[in-house]
Design a protein around this ligand. Structure first.
Ligand SMILES: CC(C)(COP(=O)(O)OP(=O)(O)OC[C@H]1O[C@@H](n2cnc3c(N)ncnc32)[C@H](O)[C@@H]1OP(=O)(O)O)[C@@H](O)C(=O)NCCC(=O)NCCS
Length: 332
């Protein structure tokens, strides 16, 4: 069967840098607390209201198309992973298609939070291998600023997230050995309320009330310790699964791009698997957790820094809200 491959990759982050000290002016926190617990030093936030996830995605997609040396007219499907869509509906993929000038091209939104890019990769991979579409534009983009509570009550979550976008062109593999070797996805809704955004909710009538706004139900809520525990167990587990299916050994992996939720999580995952930290991408210090954007952003930066190139074996792993998690092995 035809194999699919990452033909090009790109990213974009807003220009506004917000440091931990900036956040400490809005809530009781400190640079020391945030760095010690998470590794985050600063994050990017959109510069003004009116910029949505699809806006951040545009320059990331243009960079990915240029990298792939593919004209946008060759894109025949869009997959857009985000937990922060521009609006509740339609999906951000529709807004993006319009902004890129791709009328008629199908656009699918994927709502799998930190694992969204890997869920999207699985869809794009299946479409290309089955011959349904030839070149899929796969995006992960998030605007968190407008969804977090930058105040005392929201401090546990507000310090963790940042805005950004990443994009990949997924198309047919042409070189021998190139391509996506394995993808494994998982979900367990038993953890759904450990990291969630309760309202607006179709489960409630009305979906949002003034009382819910006062209670802050429109902000994400998280049981950080549970998320941490699950992440350090499930990420190594799924890595072992994809390594087995790929028939490659961990020694043959040139670059590990883990989701960036917490530097300590990734250090523990590397230690459990015996992956040297020098092989792992760690950009959480600059961007915080950019959710679905994290993996393409990490790969795009690493590729441009010369940490990987065509022919490199790359390992991905993610864990997040849902709970959802996944892994992939790709030869670039
Ligand atoms: C969020 C996380 C960094 C918190 O670290 P922790 O060591 O578990 O810290 P705790 O939640 O026990 O909080 C310790 C104390 O710091 C306080 N605290 C919480 N947020 C704080 C902040 N931003 N600044 C300062 N103190 C804070 C807590 O209120 C608590 O105070 P208390 O001991 O008086 O009750 C950690 O649990 C984590 O990274 N979890 C995974 C989160 C994640 O990955 N989320 C995204 C999923 S993709």
């Amino acid at each position: 069967m035809q194999r699919s491959s990452i033909l090009g990759i790109g990213h974009y982050v807003p220009t506004k840098v917000v440091t931990n000290d900036d956040l400490a002016k809005l809530m009781t926190t400190s640079d020391e607390w945030i760095v010690q617990r998470t590794g985050i030093k600063e994050r990017r936030f959109i510069e003004r209201s009116g910029i949505g996830a699809s806006d951040l995605a545009v320059p990331a997609c243009e960079m990915a198309l240029e990298h792939a040396k593919i004209d946008k007219k060759k894109i025949d499907a869009i997959v857009f992973a985000t937990l922060s869509p521009d609006h509740n509906f339609p999906g951000s993929g529709c807004f993006l298609g319009d902004k890129l000038g791709l009328p008629g091209v199908p656009a699918l939104d994927v709502r799998n939070q930190c694992s969204g890019f890997l869920y999207g990769l699985s869809i794009a991979d299946a479409w290309v291998r089955a011959g349904v579409y030839e070149n899929v534009l796969l995006v992960g983009a998030e605007v968190h600023l407008t969804g977090i509570e930058l105040a005392e009550r929201g401090r546990d979550i507000a310090v963790l997230f940042g805005d950004g976008a990443g994009a990949a062109v997924i198309g047919k593999a042409t070189r021998e050995n190139e391509g996506i070797k394995s993808i494994k996805l998982h979900a367990d809704g038993a953890g759904a309320k450990e990291l969630w955004l309760e309202a607006p909710a179709s489960a409630y009538a009305p979906r949002l009330t003034p009382e819910m706004l006062v209670e802050g139900k429109h902000y994400p809520a998280m049981n950080g310790k549970q998320v941490f525990r699950w992440a350090i167990e499930k990420m190594p587990e799924v890595v072992r699964e994809v390594m087995t299916e790929s028939k490659l050994s961990l020694e043959q992996i040139d670059l590990f791009v883990p989701h960036q939720a917490n530097l300590r999580i990734n250090q523990m995952v590397c230690a459990k698997l015996g992956i040297p930290e020098s092989k792992a991408v760690a950009n959480i210090e600059k961007y915080g957790n950019t959710t679905a954007a994290t993996i393409p952003l990490g790969l795009s930066e690493a590729w441009r820094e010369g940490r990987c190139d065509r022919g490199s074996n790359v390992l991905f792993a993610a864990f997040g809200s849902g709970f959802t998690w996944g892994g992939a092995v790709v030869t670039l």
